[in-house]
Structures are given as C-alpha cells and as structure tokens.
Design a protein. Sequence first.
Length: 689
Amino acid sequence: MKRIILAIGAVALFVHPSMAQTPARDTARTRADSAQALEGVTVTAIRAHRDAPISQKTLTRTDIGERHHGQDIPLLLQGTPSLTIKSETGTPWGYSYVRLRGMEHRRINFTLDGIPLNDPEDHVLYFTNFPDLANSLESAQVQRGVGTSSTGVAAYAGSVNLETRSLPAARRGAEAQLQTGAFASHRGSVAYNSGLLDNGLAFHARASALRTGGYRRHAGIDARSVFFSGGYFGPRDVIKFTATAGVFADTMAYTGASEAQIAQDRRFNPLRPDETDRFGEQVAALTYIRSLGVASSVSTMLYRISAGGAFDVCIDRCDEPVADLWKFHLDFGWYGATSAWNFERGHLRTSVGVNANTYARDHYVYARPDLATALYFNTGHKRDASGFAKAAYDLGRTTVFGDVQARTARFRYAPDANAGIDELSMDWTFLNPKVGLTYHARRVVSLYGSYGINSREPSREDMFGGHDNLDASNAAFVGALDRVAPERAHDLEAGITAEHGSLALQANVFDMRFRNEILPIGELSDIGTPLRKNVPASYRRGIEVDVAFRPVRTIETSANVTIMTSNIREFADRDGTTYRNVPALLTPRMQSAQQLTWRPGAGLSITTAGRYVGRSQLTNTNNPALALPATYVLDAGATWAYGRYELTAFGHNLGHSRGYSTGNVSSSGTPRYFVLAPPSLHFLLKALF
C-alpha cells in the first residue's frame, strides 16, 4: 500500500498545473467531453462497437448506479442475458462466480480498462479481492461468444470488459454511503470526484469497508478496499494513474451441502470454522494517451498486479476437534504493457493493439501448527504476448468487420528442490480470426452476422489434475503436461437490433462448436479432484432475446430469455463407461430475467426483478439423480431521493425460493448444493456533498 501512495504522490508532483493550456473559447463541457473520449482509447480498442456484429450488453454508469448496493461484480451483472451466478455464502457478498452460456468463469475473458485480470496460471478471477469495485466503474460490457480480440487469455464463452470512472465527466463533489441489513451486514464507503479542473487535472478516490456474518454458518466476511485514479487531461495528451487495493478475509464455504444436511440445517456448512481464507490484491497502471489529430489516437499502458494470501484445507480427521489442517499460500507478481492505436476517418474504423506480460506465482504449504517449515515450495511462470488488428468499413448500409489476433504463451514449472522431477514447460501459439457484417436495414433496425474462432491453452489446474505440487510421487499419475490439448471454439452469431421510440430489442441465435473442449471427466486424483480431459466434439446452440420497453414515461420494463441446447458427442468416464450425446453440466435449457421500474414522482422509484434458471445437470453423465432443480428468485427495492440524500431499501429472494444457486457432486457421488438465503432486507443511505 505504501508503494501505491508513493506512486500517487509521484504522479501528482510530475503533473504541474502549468501543463494545462486550453483555448479560451472551449467551454467546460466541451473540454470534459473531449477529455473523456481521449481517456477511453484503450477500452475502445478492445470493446465491441455498438454496431459490431457481436452479441453484447453494456451497462452504463446510470445502470450500475441503479443496480449497485455493494455487491460483488458477478452479482452486479446478474440478470444480463445468459449469465448465471454462483454464490458460496448465499448472500450478495463473498466468493461468487459467473457462468456464461453454461461455461465457467475461467473461460470468460475479464479486463479492467484493458488490463487483463484472469490469473495466467489458472485463468480464474476472484472479485472478492476487489471489494466494492462497482462503486468506481463507469461501464461494463458483456460480450457473448468469442467476441472481439482482447488482452490476456482468449475468450471462450465470452468476455466482461470493465471501465473505471471517467475522471473528466464526473460531477465534482463527495459521496458517502452507509448500508446495513440482514445477516449482520454493514458496508460503508466515502468517495470524492474532482471533476475536470481548470489546470487540466482530475481525480477520483474511494475507500470502502464491508462486514457480514453470511447466511451459511461460519461464512462471515471482512473486506476493505481503496481506489484511486487521477491524471492530467490536456488538449492532446492524457497522463493517468490508476490503482486499487483490496483485502478480503472469510471463513470458508466453498463446499456445498447434501440434501440430508440441508434438510437438517439449511445453513449447514460442511467446512470447519477454523478453515479460514485471507488474501490481498493490488492493481496499478500508468497510461499515456496522445491524440494524433482528429482521426487517430494512441495509448500505452504499463501495469502491475500482485496478490498474496493463504487459505486452510482440512486434510484428515476433519470431524475431530484437532484436525490435520494445511495452510496453502499463493503469492504472485505480474507485470505487463498494452499499447493501442485507434483510427477513424470517413467510412473506416481501425484498432490495432499489442500486449505482453510476465508472471510468476509461488505455491507453498505448511502443516499446522508448524508454520515455519514449508512442506514444499514451487513456482509457476507464465509469459504471454499478443497482437490484434480490427477494422470496420462502411459500404452503404452495410458495415464489414474483420478482427484477427495472434498470441503466444509459455508456461514453465519450477518444482520444489526436493521434488525429484525436472523443470517442466509448455508453449502455445494461436491465431484467432473473426469476420462479420452489419446491415442497417432501416434507420432503427440492423441485422448482423459473424463467425469467429478462439483457441486457448489449458490452465495449470487442467494440466496438474488439481494438484498444487508435482513431484516424484504423483507426476507419473498426472502424466505429461501436453496430455490436455488446447481447446477451440468456433462461434457463429446472427441477430437483429432495433430501437424505436420507447422500444429497444436485441435478438440473436448462436451456434458454438467446440473442438477438444476441456471437461472434468477423468480419473479422480488422490485429493478427489477429477482430472480434466479433452472431449473431441461438443456444442452449444440457442437463441437470446433482450428487450426493453417504456409504455409510459413513469414505467420502464425489460426482459431477456435464453433457450439453449448443449451436447457432448462422446466421452469415456473414469470408470470406463462411454456416454454419447449428453448435455453439458450446469447448462440450463432455459433461463430468463425480468425487471419493472415505476417512477411515480417526488424522487421515488420502485423496482422488482425476477430471475428464472431452468433445471441443469451436475455432471456430464445426464444422470437424472444428479441435477440442479429449476429456481425462480424475486427481488425488489425502493429508492427515495431528496435533495442531496438518497435512501434505498432492497429485499432479496422475497418469494422465499428454497432453491440453489449451483451445485456439484462429491467424490462419493453425492450431490451437494449451495443454498439461496431466505428473504432478507437491506438499507442503503447515500449523501452527496
């Protein structure tokens, strides 16, 4: 944290007020709009343009403000098309994950202002390490399917591109938030926006704290975070520094409960109260942006991401008062650079970008109570370099789109000094092309179609079969690292968008065909984790409809629905049984979200939101006894704004659904579920100064 504060101070000293010389004729609004457009060069380069032939949904700052009440990013995105959310605690806080079109979060590309966030080794992202990040977001775009080229690991199911607060566009002033509610939940935050000052400087700063007891037993959370973004915004140049740091601690709840355990105690948590987790993560980025004239601009960003922490795992005698607890440690440092160039003139729009990064993560573990002697110490190294070029050209009513990415990655495993095996490494090279077109049939109606291919390498967990340490005792069982091949998605998308008066519609069909999809279908490791293997052929096909309608000035409605089929052509399970034409796990055939907002006046608004997720399988075997039941959840909230103050009351699961957010199957074949919390009420007070 001290290094972040020093870096902020260094930027403040570097940017002198005399650097800002704006023409006298420019109005403050014009200056802010111009600075905001220049500020977003990197985000623009990796995002899908509104007219791009990509199935997408973008949440604006207004959308985020109406949805946000302190929840983690996955819960903020809840209700967007084809997204399902897993919550380990049963509440809006704690470890939560996104599935898109039924595919897990490690297959989704996440970025923040163009910074890749997926862990290079395991491709995961833990938003718990960024508490209250939504409070500092300007927008969030969800691309479904392979989408447009981005930084970091390639998108497989889709991508989520987050953009932090626009500094020049922000209203000058401070904001305080206080929240309280069910499960002994309390959250507070303070923030200040400077807006664009006369000397060209602007900044946003926020500090947040969150604590909750959680719904499931001993699933409490204690989290803190800070965020700072500031810089100089000149007529043609932007120098911007962004940093965020978070600390998250909890008692763990990553294991579901069986139906028998839930029947006895719905709050049951099979993990021990002394199995705890504490992690901190920091992100810092320095960006320089230069306007090269009215047609083009270029940006270069240097970033650093680091994290460290530990979590407990019960290895043996877990039901006894004195169990065998191991404390696993993970510490990583990650350095990278991204550069992007945007050009737009006449009928042509082009973006070109490059990204390179290097990463190393140490893995080590202690057996309690001895926290001085590590049982092992190994390090995973990853290097990644990619470049992309995108272009869109208008031919009358038709816009032709092309996008190609070249990417290379190298993973190197440095084993423990006493492991008895040599260093291991893998290299991958990918070429990911996309083409498409958009036809503007009328001023308010557009048709689009695209075809794209994305390939991605297996994660460390895929290659290691769930083991944290490879040595002479398990290396032969796991096998060669290349036993799990890269997986490839071929994605065909076609749809229609229409906006007319109070009606907005997007509808699309998709056909995603996979080659060598990596699925947990192998033998169980000695820690009960299925080895991941490639499936030669599989697919997901469906239709997505997203509509918003305002019948009268005071009422807004929206709804989306996804109807989808999934299929795994053939695979052999760990017991030798062959399965053919079975659905993929946790991929519901139908899901839907609905929302109704009424604004009767006098600063009052009332919102109801419902979500339906259909039945899905807990394994890839299509066993009817191993299924996640369908569920419907109803939330509602009311907000009253009066002057500088805003009071919100919001309730979760008001229909008292006794369903589950997700589930899995234990090594003994018993289904386990993550329960939804019962109806709960929370209150949020905002004050502007």
